[in-house]
Design a protein around this ligand. Structure first.
Ligand SMILES: Nc1ncnc2c1ncn2[C@@H]1O[C@H](COP(=O)(O)OP(=O)(O)OP(=O)(O)O)[C@@H](O)[C@H]1O
Length: 259
């Protein structure tokens, strides 16, 4: 469904991405991991059409990403970043409703009637009912991120791009966030591409991991194939052990202190 063909991107003299080719199938949950500055967010920006590659091609459902209008692309693809929403004074429910924007006409009306049922469902699922009338500006960072998730859920995309989305969440909300994405993926066949720094979380949720290092995809495979101590040391210069998760068997990393 998403294909990147020999993409390259530079900023001035800095070659951020070099000769990137990859395919992401419909319904897959793919994690992009790699060191700081290796080009992960830039790759996500190319896939979302926010930026254009200097060379190569990005396509969605067989069509070049550049051939979609902004609105039709927003009906199919949503992006959620680390700090998903600015601290504005709009109330929570209205912000979530903004996710419906790609489906509204210039008067703010939708073809199939209003989306109240969908919005209520999302508010309940994200435990946001109590915050519905509160302005975003008084919420904590973690609460704001849940609202950001609600907004992209309201967008009902086929593809969700996540850029370190759980960085500011405590472990309860990290797990709630990832569980929601995973059940959404299972129920709706959502395709998820997530830049992740937490390798154990990536291993729990992703079908496949890509390692980006110095602007190149240097390895890809299942968490079992990728999260091996030799690879982790080569990429991050950190020694580790791997153990299998007692519930699911997926690999989990135990990091080794240097001293
Ligand atoms: N708009 C820009 N203009 C100039 N340089 C940029 C721009 N965007 C990114 N870069 C540079 O490109 C390189 C890769 O950045 P990118 O944000 O893609 O890395 P990343 O792997 O997502 O990093 P991190 O893990 O730290 O978030 C960095 O050296 C960064 O400074």
């Amino acid at each position: 469904m998403i294909e990147v063909k020999q993409a390259a991107k530079s900023y001035g003299k800095l070659n951020v991405l070099r000769d990137i080719s990859l395919k992401i199938e419909t319904g897959e949950f793919v994690g992009i991991i790699g060191p700081n500055g290796s080009g992960k967010s830039t790759l996500l920006n190319l896939i979302s059409g926010i930026e254009e590659p200097d060379q190569g091609e990005i396509s969605l459902a067989g069509q070049p990403i550049t051939s979609f209008s902004r609105k039709s692309l927003s009906q199919r693809l949503a992006v959620l970043q680390q700090d998903g929403l600015p601290s504005i004074s709009y109330p929570v429910r209205e912000v979530i409703e903004m996710g419906r924007f790609p489906f509204q006409d210039w008067r703010g009306r939708e073809k199939g009637g209003n989306a109240d049922d969908l919005l209520n469902q999302i508010m309940n699922r994200l435990e946001l009912q109590e915050l519905a009338g509160r302005p975003l500006s008084v919420l904590s960072g973690g609460q704001r991120q849940r609202v950001a998730l609600g907004k992209v859920m309201a967008q009902q995309p086929e593809v969700l791009l996540l850029d370190e989305p759980t960085t500011y969440l405590d472990i309860r909300y990290q797990m709630q966030f990832m569980d929601l994405i995973a059940s959404w993926q299972r129920e709706e066949g959502l395709t998820v591409v997530a830049v992740m720094h937490d390798l154990n979380l990536a291993s729990l949720y992703c079908d496949r991991l890509l390692i980006l290092s110095a602007g190149k995809v240097i390895a890809e495979g299942t968490p079992d194939e990728i999260l091996v101590p030799e690879t982790i040391e080569a990429v991050f210069d950190v020694k580790s052990h791997t153990v299998n998760h007692p519930d699911t068997g997926v690999p989990q990393l135990l990091l080794q202190k240097r001293s």
